[in-house]
Design a protein around this ligand. Structure first.
Ligand code: PLP
Length: 410
């Protein structure tokens, strides 16, 4: 007899990130900061190796009245001004669909809520083959099956695999719930172009003739897309969805505001039909009330204050880091090409991922650590967090990594 419910898996979390982060820390203490390359950390770090905390954001937070920080939110779905600013900031005038916003604890809350409330136990959620690990865990906690689509065919999005996976799942159930983590996919750094998005939506429209479709677009890294405003134009493609599709955009302040620990984000529910959007809103609101009740009032107030009064400073500060991220990734990608170190197609974002089978990956990951290089294992690859490595640490890294790979493969 167990104390937890029979249907929940009791297998402990295998946290591939934090274990390696710890090892890297220990090695830094033993061998020195200069020797160790710690490419594990998935947060933005500056050139001095410190976590970036945007001044425009945290000055705003510290200037809030204590009572604002102390108060409950105005409703279970979040404060009205927060929801309004989220919609304006994220969609940037590119959407004309009916919509509702639910404030959530980070992007995690928005993704988890969708996965939990849109499928019955035993049904299947569709995920990218190489993906943020939490999707799998969320599926497991809700007793869902997982079907994955291959992300790439050569250097572009694998639309055929995406279609095939959806068709397979449609043969088993009456609904599709599909996760697309775009732009700045974690961990590959890929972003679909507008034509690829057009193809996805045209195909989902076909699917929606016989099945209801929930498209979960996880945009956790969108504010670091190199195209910035242009990177939000693909949202206009969603205007073409049929009546039988809803899109849920999972937005996170963690990266956008560098406020990971404040736990704030939003689920933006969008659809052609007001009733469809309301159906989700009603259930999501109850889920919110039943799970976290309401969202950090100070985090929401900070976002509103930044949008209303410090937008220029925030943009300037963030854009500095977007440029830095580009500089770092440009160096790594260029050097990787020069030495023939293979990686998945990278366009933008926090991570570059080396491509290899899982057997090589396991050996390689160990060999890298023996050489004081710490990375994160992902399905079919090794994730290199360019977001937290200084330009100095990145220079020459691809060459070193290729030499180590050659010893593993020989
Ligand atoms: N989605 C992806 C792909 C992520 O990598 C993360 C965080 O690492 C999140 C969502 C959610 O982050 P948070 O809950 O901190 O907003």
């Amino acid at each position: 007899m167990s104390f937890v419910k029979e249907s929940v898996s009791q297998k402990p979390i295998v946290d591939t990130v934090f274990t390696i982060v710890k090892k890297a820390k220990e090695d830094k203490a033993k061998s020195g900061e200069d020797v160790v390359v710690d490419a594990t950390i998935g947060s933005l770090y500056d050139e001095e190796g410190k976590l970036v905390a945007l001044d425009s954001v945290f000055s705003s937070l510290k200037n809030l009245d204590n009572r604002v920080l102390a108060a409950y939110a105005a409703s279970f779905t979040g404060n009205e001004d927060f929801k309004d600013r989220v919609y304006q900031w994220v969609l940037d005038g590119n959407s004309h669909l009916h919509h509702e916003i639910i404030a959530t604890p980070g992007g995690t809350g928005a993704v988890a809520m969708t996965i939990q409330e849109c499928l019955e136990a035993g049904q299947t959620v569709i995920l990218p083959e190489i993906a943020w690990g939490s999707y799998n865990l969320m599926a497991q906690m809700n007793n869902l099956q997982i079907a994955t689509y291959a992300l790439f065919e050569e250097d572009h999005f694998n639309i055929e695999s995406f279609k095939h996976t959806c068709q397979m799942v449609m043969a088993q159930q009456n609904k599709l719930v599909v996760v697309i983590n775009d732009p700045c996919h974690n961990p590959t750094g890929y972003s679909l172009n507008k034509e690829e998005w057009n193809e996805v939506i045209a195909f989902l429209n076909e699917c929606s003739q016989t099945h209801s479709v929930v498209l979960l677009n996880d945009i956790a890294y969108i504010d670091y897309a190199y195209g910035q405003k242009q990177a939000k134009e693909y949202f206009s493609v969603f205007d073409q969805i049929s009546d039988n599709i809803v899109v849920i955009v999972a937005f996170s302040l963690s990266k956008s505001m560098t406020s990971y620990g404040l736990r704030c984000g939003a689920a933006i529910i969008m659809g052609q039909r007001e009733e469809a959007v309301q159906e989700l809103k009603i259930v999501f609101e109850k889920d919110a009330r039943a799970t976290w009740s309401n969202i950090n009032n100070g985090a929401m107030a900070t976002f509103v204050d930044v949008m209303d009064h410090h937008l220029k400073a925030y943009d300037q500060e963030r854009l500095h880091y977007v440029a830095l991220l580009k500089e770092r990734s440009d160096i790594f990608v260029k050097e990787a090409k020069e030495v023939g170190l293979k990686h998945y197609p990278y366009k933008e974002g926090f991570f570059v991922t080396l491509s290899m089978d899982n057997e090589t990956r396991d050996k390689y990951h160990e060999a890298l650590m023996e050489n004081h290089i710490y990375t994160v294992k992902v399905n079919l690859g090794i994730r290199v967090a360019v977001c937290s490595l200084s330009v100095d640490k990145i220079k020459g890294l691809a060459k070193k990594m290729k030499e180590i790979l050659d010893t593993v493969e020989s």
